[in-house]
Design a protein. Structure first.
Length: 744
């Protein structure tokens, strides 16, 4: 085994998924090539590499590395290059030079042992030196964790996350129980933890391994399929395939975990359904609180409301249908009401009337799951609507809200829009903050895709028949002139949409090949539609980005989200000398890019300017769309403005939660409405080409829809009414609780 001490010159190639790298390094006076699974190293870093010299037929002599021990650089140039490499947030090349010029060879000792001395550096403010010191400390811990973990093939980006959770205890914690990673860290699957466990000698039939697998399977299906529970047999089968262990042994530990309340089994026979405790308790609590709200609502306002409704009709120049009028009267009479219907059925008009009538009696509070849905609700009603997280006053740690049963929402009526997007855990948090006696009105479209998170809240409530509901079916909005509305309802009924009728707002462009369809979509977005819609010729790109949204059923493929985003970025926001950019993984983020947050980040700070000054807050959530308004190449950070007001700064590691948003998946578009929607319909996995996905996509458009692809694919989607059944029991529990609580 060879032992080589060298200084890193640069990385020729790196695979972030498995850490495999090709490095150029300097050993004494000669340059060498090092290959292997390595932590992410930057120019200037020194390390001791162990491995064997091999002769590559094309690239010559290389050190095939099996181990790496990091050493701090010792030369002034090496220290400066190391600090300025971008690994330490807040330190770019110019800052690194200032620090090294001041402390010389003592620089790294000062940073690790006496960071307060950074205040001695000219122009170094108190806040900044603390940020740099903290970033250096975190980076050192991450480096040690990466060195420990790289031998198990864990990517460097994941090693950083692990080190942030466990700190300097990382090696000890993982050696004691590697399967903790599955529970403690989002993004770590059982297979990764199991690879480490196997390397550490954990027995295949060990209790820790099997129990971890059972929890992992239940968690994974909640994330990927929206299940709240799994049938017992299916859970054992899935776990057995994952573990390659006999089902009887798994069943033994399942019973043990149930006795310890680590899992919950319930059902008519006492145990054919298996839940993670948080989902079992969430379903029970949602059912109980909904029934309590129905039973404890305040006095009815329906009596004498007919005249008020007549007055509203006259002032707005409208006439409600009998079903719409009944929905309004029911909302005034019941403690809880669900209003559901497709586009153009008058949901917004009804809500406006309800707000008008109830605001005379008390405060009406509006909310929606996403910032875009809340903004749309505000525009439609003229009353401020907040995101559910903001209404509940999210407080800092995941799932912690200032508004709850001890500190309820201040309002006499709470109206929630886009309820189909609300998952079980968020619904529980919302209901905890709705005080008994407060009216609750849930509005949504039951035919849209269900929530991304676990549960089928709206569907289960409607199916139970326990909660009063008004289902709107008649089309009123835009009459027969809107083919978007007509076609959405045709699709929902299993009928082919009307394509390419002259003078309508619904178009179909026939393209048989994936590549042709992709090129056509780019042409439509960048030139043809801006010209057709009479955008300013000098501002085509900017207006297209803001008003035209491409939606795709799939992420991968030539007409998938990833490929279309790259093509649209190149066409709408190409590189330019005045546009700084940053690269994270395969994605280049450029000044002016349209981007989306892909995961809830409860700690990410933001600020926005108000009439009374700057307001600070935390939390950016899955589905939030914004624009990059600043790129700091030196500090490896960028600023995103969401909802045209909140600005959040993303440092290097946080970029993993950002994606380009010129093209969105249909799932990610829920709760939004766009002036123009362009969608490829050229084929893909049957599980994605479904009727409710197609319906959801079309109902995102306000003024124009353009489909690009094949008519047979359109027909396939219309006829494919298969909806993946979610394992949920909210409806059943509503029925059970309703029998136990008094009504009215």
């Amino acid at each position: 085994m060879e032992r080589v001490e060298a200084s890193v010159l640069g990385t020729v190639y790196r695979n972030d998924e498995n850490g495999y790298s090709v490095l150029m390094a300097r050993e004494g006076r000669r340059e060498i090539t090092i290959v292997g699974t390595l932590p992410e190293l930057t120019p200037g870093e020194q390390a001791i590499f162990t491995g064997e010299w091999v002769e590559h037929p094309q690239y010559g002599r290389q050190l095939k590395c099996t181990g790496c021990t990091l050493q701090m650089p010792t030369t002034l140039l090496g220290i400066e290059r190391y600090l300025g490499s971008g690994l330490i947030h807040g330190v770019g090349p110019s800052t690194a030079k200032m620090i090294v010029n001041h402390f010389g060879e003592e620089t790294l000792t000062v940073l690790s042992e006496h960071p307060e001395r950074l205040q001695e550096v000219p122009k170094m403010g108190k806040k900044r030196w603390k940020q740099i010191a903290e970033a250096f400390r975190e980076q050192q811990g991450a480096r040690e964790a990466m060195v420990f973990l790289q031998s198990y093939g864990i990517p460097a980006t994941l090693a950083v996350k692990i080190s942030k959770i466990y700190g300097e205890r990382t090696p000890a914690v993982i050696r004691e129980n590697p399967y903790r990673l599955c529970e403690d860290l989002e993004g770590v699957g059982f297979l990764t933890a199991d690879r480490i466990g196997t390397a550490l000698g954990v027995a295949p039939d060990s209790e820790g391994r099997i129990c971890s697998a059972l929890k992992y399977v239940l968690k994974e299906v909640s994330v990927s399929m929206g299940h709240v529970y799994l049938p017992r047999r299916e859970l054992i089968q899935r776990a057995s395939q994952l573990l390659r262990v006999e089902g009887e042994l798994i069943e033994h530990y399942l019973m043990r975990m149930t006795l310890l309340r680590e899992l919950v089994q319930s059902g008519p026979d006492g145990g054919e359904r298996v839940y993670l405790p948080q989902f079992d308790s969430a379903e029970r609590e949602v059912a109980t609180r909904l029934c309590e709200l129905m039973a404890s609502h305040g006095p009815s306002h329906a009596a004498g409301a007919e005249k008020d409704i007549d007055h509203f009709e006259r002032t707005r120049g409208i006439q409600f249908s009998p079903r719409q009028r009944q929905a309004i009267l029911t909302a005034l009479d019941e403690g809880v009401l669900v209003i559901t219907g497709g586009p153009g059925t008058g949901k917004t008009t009804i809500i406006n009337c309800i707000i008008n009538l109830l605001s005379h009696e008390g405060e009406v509070v509006l909310c929606a799951p996403t910032g875009r849905a809340a903004k749309r609700m505000t525009e439609a009603t003229g009353v401020e609507a907040k995101t559910i997280h903001r209404l509940l006053e999210y407080g800092g740690d995941e799932g912690q809200f200032a508004r709850n049963q001890e500190n309820p929402i201040e309002g006499d009526c709470v109206i929630v829009d886009e309820v189909s997007m609300v998952d079980m855990l968020l619904m529980r948090s919302l209901l905890r903050a709705v005080e008994p006696g407060t009216r609750l009105i849930l509005v949504g479209d039951a035919d849209q895709l269900p929530s991304v998170g676990a549960g089928n809240v709206l569907g289960d409530i409607l199916q139970s028949g326990i909660v009063p509901a008004c289902m709107l079916t008649d089309i009123f909005r835009q009459g027969e002139t809107s083919r978007i509305v007509v076609n959405a309802h045709r699709i929902n009924h299993g009928e082919m949409p009307l394509l390419n009728e002259k003078g309508t707002d619904f178009f179909f462009e026939r393209k048989h090949l994936f590549n042709d369809a992709a090129q056509t979509i780019v042409s439509l977005v960048t030139q043809r539609l801006p010209k057709f819609l009479k955008y300013d010729p000098d501002d085509y790109a900017a207006q297209a980005v803001r008003h035209i949204q491409v939606l795709a059923p799939a992420k991968k493929g030539e007409c998938g989200v990833i490929a279309l985003n790259q093509m649209l970025q190149s066409a709408l926001n190409p590189p330019a000398p005045y546009k700084p950019s940053l690269q994270y993984g395969e994605t280049i983020f450029r000044l002016g890019d349209k981007v989306m947050q892909t995961k809830n980040d409860y700690q990410l700070e933001w600020r926005r300017e108000t009439s009374s000054g700057w307001e600070d807050g935390t939390g950016v959530f899955n589905g939030d769309v914004g624009f990059i308004v600043d790129v700091d190449e030196e500090e490896h950070a960028l600023t995103v403005r969401f909802d045209e007001e909140r600005e959040a700064v993303y440092a290097s590691q946080q970029l993993e939660n950002l994606d380009l948003a010129y093209c969105l998946s249909v799932h990610k578009s829920q709760g939004s409405e766009f002036p123009v929607v362009v969608m490829p319909v050229v084929g893909g996995p049957p599980m994605l080409l479904t009727r409710n996905l197609f319906y959801t996509a079309l109902t995102r458009a306000r003024a124009l829809v353009v489909l690009v692809g094949r008519e047979d694919v359109v027909r396939l989607m219309v006829e494919n009414d298969h909806i993946l059944k979610r394992y949920t029991t909210l409806g059943e529990r509503l029925e059970q609780v309703s029998l136990l609580l008094p009504k009215g």
